[in-house]
Design a binder for this molecule. Sequence first.
Ligand code: SAH
Length: 378
Amino acid sequence: MDNAIFNERINELVEHAESSQKRVKKEKPQLKESIYSLTLDELKQWLNENGEKPFRATQIYEWLYNKRVKTFDEMTNLSKQLRDKLKENFAFTTLSTIVKQESKDGTIKFLFQLQDNYSIETVLMRHDYGNSVCVTTQVGCRIGCTFCASTLGGLKRHLLAGEIVEQVVKVQQTLDEVGERVSHVVIMGIGEPFDNYDAMMKFLKVINHEKGLNIGARHITVSTSGIIPKIYQFADEQLQINFALSLHAPNQELRERLMPIARAYKLDKLMEAIRYYTNKTGRRVTFEYGLFGGVNDSIEHAEELAQLIKGIKSHVNLIPVNYVPERDYVRTPRNQIFAFEKALKKNGVNVTIRREHGSDIDAACGQLRAKERVHETR
Ligand code: SAH
């Protein structure tokens, strides 16, 4: 499907979503948790409380994450009575796939509709080392980064843990058709994961569990705009999960201009939190640094950045800015990107330049948006 048709289809959906949202507001529906929102322990506990044997939890997990069935009725080793109880208490699925759009490079962007008709995006990227899914954690975002599309309409709501898990399950079900596996997950879609911390942690537990999707912690990356208290909390979890910080600027003044969150969480305190993380976990941190033409991409900025992160076990990922129509940032010219990289290397920094995925279908970093905004912005 080409981009124009995709966007047209989205506009139709947006109108539909808006009219039903008006209804929804009046009716105030409860969001039903899906079965995918439960950790194995929670499921055991629920079974116990409902007069069932806890070992059923492992059987249910097997159906959900190994056999990847699509209804409760396919769980044939459970009694009809238990299946009915599950149906009464949980939704099986809370996401419906509205659009699947494939890019020339094999990237697939999924548009999913939620129970309350909001829609979210999830991206599957094909790498030589495996298949990586970029998941969304919120409908919209309230962080307000001046270069990012996800924040344009503000935050509508947090996703439930099950809604995040289901994104990966749905992508895995698509890959099942070609006998491939989701090997990596990046929490870098719409939203700020540390602003929906508990749901994010539950999501991590489910996808990482060997009886869940069994995606290794070292194959999972979470990225934050820098919510300091949550960085401490995350460090104390002592997980092997990869951790990335969207830094984007080498000093307080510039960071405030790009990311208003820097006013609340100052750069010096943020770097303290990052040091705490690397010391506590022994793991390195990835600094994401978007290159915004004429803003933060001079050699002086590179040197200032090298100075700022000196001594921190880290790696810098340079992201050439992705075009967002509502934002007027421009790309740093290629030779300048290489000069910036070189200046960092000269100062002893580990650095790579991020490869783009799915830019022809607006699936690249910072281009995902909560779709109910589309008709206002395009
Ligand atoms: N809220 C989290 C997760 C988003 S990850 C965070 O801020 O880290 C998406 C990454 O893409 C972040 O590093 C974000 O700063 C970056 N990004 C956003 N808009 C972009 C754009 N237009 N061009 C390039 N990178 C962008």
